[in-house]
Design a protein around this ligand. Sequence first.
Ligand code: DGL
Length: 222
Amino acid sequence: MNPAPDAPIGVFDSGIGGLTVARELMRQLPGESILYVGDTARVPYGPKSPETVRRYSREIGEYLCAQGVKAVVIACNTATAHALDDLRAALPVPVVGVVEPGARAAVAASRSRHIGVIGTAGTINSYAYERAIRALAPDATITSRACPLFVPLVEEGWTDHEVTRRVAEEYLEPLARAGVDTLVLGCTHYPLLKAPIGGVMQGVRLIDSAEETASEVRALLA
Ligand code: DGL
């Protein structure tokens, strides 16, 4: 049976980071209701194996479908990198991830075609962004870095904290020195750290895939 047009959109993340995507969905699609799952019992996904992240994503996707959602948004880069194809094959509703929309926004924003990508270890080691960016801009130079301490700092609520600023300097100074003109915040937790990240990456465009992902969902529902 097809879900009713007024069925909710299912959105999930390993924790609270996906709320940055849910917020943008609410802004662009104010008439829609959203069913959000934050897997705070098992966060973080970043250091876990692709198989484990696929299993968790499958469980949550199936749960959301059992609640009658009309589409599933994977508001987690790590889960998108490891489980997008799997969920698209397994679930009876359309599935939207955050990596392709983020790559699109980065390519549109970058002038020098030197693009930085930060994310969890799982996302960076999967090369999902490299593939997505190169599919759109084969000549791009991509400098990537995993920033595993950012997610626990956000989950702890330390978004504006001296420790977070120090960690940001440590992770990001090599990217600033490398001269990227655009930086993909390749983890849905990172937009909550725009202030400390922007403090190190002065003059660099910060790409948050939420807006582009919500536009993709809007087009899909239309
Ligand atoms: N917010 C998630 C992402 O976009 C995952 C963070 C984590 O659980 O490690 O990758």
